[in-house]
Design a protein around this ligand. Sequence first.
Ligand SMILES: [Mg+2]
Length: 168
Amino acid sequence: MILTPQFIFRNVEAITPAFLRSHGITALVLDVDNTLTGDGSQKLEPSVQSWLDAMRAAGISLTIVSNNTARRVAPFARRVGLAWVPLACKPLPIGLMVARARLRVPRRQMAMVGDQIFTDRMAAGLFGIPCLLVQPRGGDRSKGVRFKRRFEGRFINRYYHRGGTLYE
Ligand SMILES: [Mg+2]
């Protein structure tokens, strides 16, 4: 089922080079809102900056794919020095196609990192790559997202029920 998480991490900082290596992942497509920072926030936490540096040092290619507008995504992406795709229409895999062309890696080496089942997890599933689901960094500003959150629980429960663990 493309909605049940395959991996759940406490936050992006819990994703390690060792984990990626053991799964053959060399490129990450990163969501922004509630993944790299709070929803709608431009704040860059030092722990996230260190994590990005550690990923680069480990040779992991990174790019941003967000459903949000260029106005929201561009300043943050510039700050962390990453290329970005705005208005990605996740769960449609269009943004991931653009990201793959940009990253120039085989699909089997890519993973999506995001906080939402019905956008990030689903887009990754439709594109045929794993999703490293992270717990949201804070609350959701959009009513639409808050509405979707209500339906995430059953898929998250299924993950734990099947023996999935929280990576932290
Ligand atoms: Mg998000």
